[in-house]
Design a protein around this ligand. Structure first.
Ligand code: AGP
Length: 607
């Protein structure tokens, strides 16, 4: 949520800042801005709108070799030129870009206003610029002024600070919002996400919470809030530069949908044990005895991560016969939950940054609970906070709507359930069945993706409605929820998900030719029940698009998309794939900004 970039070196900073912001735009896209230290003071340019609007607004003579930039997702104050970052102090000596939330901004505003400071924005960030300026007396180093300012602040931040009088450095700090340094040849880069850096350097340093760094063209120094120097060794970014491009696809979302067979292969890689019909998960940090003592599993995540958790809970209950339940982390953290020693908590997050999920993990740990992370982003805040876990290795996910990370999360849960199952009651024969089913999934997904053209046609037809109903029974219900989430998120078509069994208890009243239903109809032990529900919808003139293993009788449906049959426990994962393409092509048909849907951002790092 919001993106930060900074540059210091021999070149013109603006070119890198604008390109870097473009790369980070998926993190927030309602306004953007840049500031450079130039002879005679700071130059600042910021606008409401996209990075392309900023690039058009930057004057030709906007030159400087030290600069910072930001792309915003509004928290305090509407998207506007004034609320866009960077924010400066009254004398325009200090410029600050910030991700996160300053919780005591109102109190600090009041104190600064009492000292005569006139604010020009509604943001919490502006207080930081005035505070740093207030501590920047004669001969004070910028890093000391920033440390003093942060000492007054309560909240989360990733910041980059520029001082017109000390243009030989940028000072950055991290507390809850990522900051990464990129090491170049006599130049240094900073970003909130490696996506902005990989074209320039693969050598990076991740700041830890509570750390600051002074970044100069020839290197950096990291230190703590109480000025103790800390040593940080650079690491090499794993992913290829191409992973951050659209690779010829019209949108990142379509590319990421098509990347799923490869992502699944990576999630499975080296983890399946055919001999003992189980899974090896080295990062759990729990031995078989500890795992056997677990009586319950509680899964926590937000949005699609929560729905993937629902599929995970189902897998764990079915394969390991351990009660498992998924709950939105955003609710869990506020309800003073009971934390039990024999419950295993599992936090799910693609980004590893989602604030609600992180807060839930911290609450569990405060109360002595044990938390595993199912996370895509290596080294992210949630991954670091957990006691162990499973990395997805799905590759960078840029589009706001999650697809390949969702699928890989469900795979990770299948592995966990298999591992759990085989130290409980799951038979070797059932273990082998699941291992074989998992191995076949990438090809099954490839088969579904071949139906893209047909799905695109159906999507265009169904998008032309004010709303859609998604129904599924037991294993199919989380699929319905994720399908509805994907459709509303990127196409803005209202979508409601219901357990098929619950339809007659209320929502059947909504059924009409104008509200079509997407029905998940797997060929499993509940097929007859699902067919009965289709009949009930048809009897009310409802239109039905079935996602099935076999085409139901023509009188029960209007359209049908077939998916390959896997093992019943793994079927939900495949039933979900056509729904991703359905949402994508509905959004395209409606002319939506697919990768950057309105009002949203990729990583939700605010409460
Ligand atoms: C997914 O399509 C959504 N953009 C959203 O629900 C997302 O899954 C949620 O915000 C959690 O993100 P995380 O996985 O990065 O924690």
């Amino acid at each position: 949520m919001c993106g930060i970039v900074a540059y210091i070196g021999p070149k013109d900073a603006t070119a890198f800042l604008l390109e870097g912001l473009q790369r980070l735009e998926y993190r927030g896209y309602d306004s953007a801005g840049v500031a450079v230290a130039a002879k005679g003071g700071l130059k600042v340019c910021k606008v409401k709108g996209r990075v392309a609007d900023l690039a058009a607004a930057v004057p030709a003579r906007f030159k400087g070799t030290t600069g910072i930039g930001h792309t915003r997702w509004a928290t305090h104050g509407v998207p506007s030129d004034a609320n866009a970052h960077p924010h400066t102090d009254v004398s325009e000596r200090i410029a600050v870009v910030h991700n996160g939330i300053i919780e005591n901004a109102d109190q600090l505003r009041a104190l600064l206003a009492a000292d005569g400071v006139v604010f020009t924005s509604e943001t919490d960030t502006e207080v930081l610029a005035h505070l740093v300026a207030a501590h920047s007396g004669e001969g004070v180093e910028l890093e000391d002024a920033v440390r003093a300012a942060l000492g007054q602040v309560v909240g989360t931040y990733g910041i980059a600070v520029l001082d017109a009088q000390q243009p030989d450095r940028i000072v950055v700090a991290r507390n809850g919002s990522p900051i990464v340094l990129g090491l170049g040849e006599k130049e240094m880069f900073v970003a909130s996400d490696v996506a902005a850096l990989v074209r320039y350097t693969r050598q990076v340093v991740h700041l830890e919470d509570g750390e600051l760094a002074t970044v100069r063209a020839d290197g950096f120094r990291t230190f703590t809030e109480d000025a103790r120097t800390v040593t940080r060794q650079p690491s090499t970014v794993d992913w290829e530069v191409a992973s951050y491009d659209t690779a010829g696809y019209q949108h990142y979302l379509l590319k990421e949908i098509h990347e799923q067979p490869g992502a699944v292969e990576r999630t499975l890689s080296g983890r399946l044990d055919e001999r003992f019909a189980t899974a090896h998960l080295g990062g759990l940090n729990l031995d078989a005895r500890e795992l056997r003592e677990i009586r319950r599993v509680k899964i926590l995540g937000c949005g699609s991560a929560y729905y993937a958790g629902e599929m995970g809970a189902q897998l764990i209950e079915e394969l390991a016969r351990i009660p498992a339940h998924s709950e939105p982390a955003s609710e869990f953290r506020y309800r003073n939950p009971v934390i039990e020693a024999d419950t295993l908590y599992v936090a799910v997050s693609q980004s590893g940054e989602t604030y609600d999920t992180l807060a839930a993990v911290q609450e569990i740990k405060r109360k002595g609970g044990r938390v595993l992370g199912v996370v895509n982003t290596v080294g992210s805040a949630i991954a670091r906070e957990c006691d162990g876990g499973i990395y997805l290795h799905a590759g960078p996910e840029i589009s706001v709507a999650s697809t390949k990370a969702f699928t890989s999360t469900v795979i990770a849960f299948a592995l966990l359930a298999l591992h759990f199952g085989r130290i409980h009651d799951l038979s070797p024969a059932d273990g082998r069945r699941i291992v074989a089913g998992l191995k076949a999934l990438p090809d099954h997904i490839r088969e579904i993706l071949k139906q893209e053209e047909q799905i695109a046609e159906l999507a265009a037809e169904y998008a032309d409605n004010a709303g859609m109903m998604f129904i599924g029974r037991t294993r199919g219900y989380p699929v319905a929820r994720e399908g509805a989430q994907k459709l509303k998120e990127i196409s803005y078509v209202h979508a409601e998900a219901y357990p098929a069994s619950e339809l007659k208890h209320g929502p059947l009243a909504l059924i009409s030719p104008e509200l079509p239903t997407v029905a998940l109809v797997p060929d499993d032990e509940l097929l007859d029940k699902n067919l009965t529900t289709l009949g009930e919808i048809k009897a009310r003139s409802g239109r039905i698009l079935a996602i099935a293993h076999r085409t139901p009788e023509a009188k029960l449906i209007d359209h049908c998309l077939l998916v390959p049959k896997s093992e019943p426990e793994l079927d939900p994962l495949l039933l979900n794939i056509p729904l991703q393409l359905l949402a994508y092509y509905a959004a395209v048909a409606l002319g939506r900004d697919v990768d950057k849907p309105r009002n949203l951002a990729k990583s939700v790092t605010v409460e």
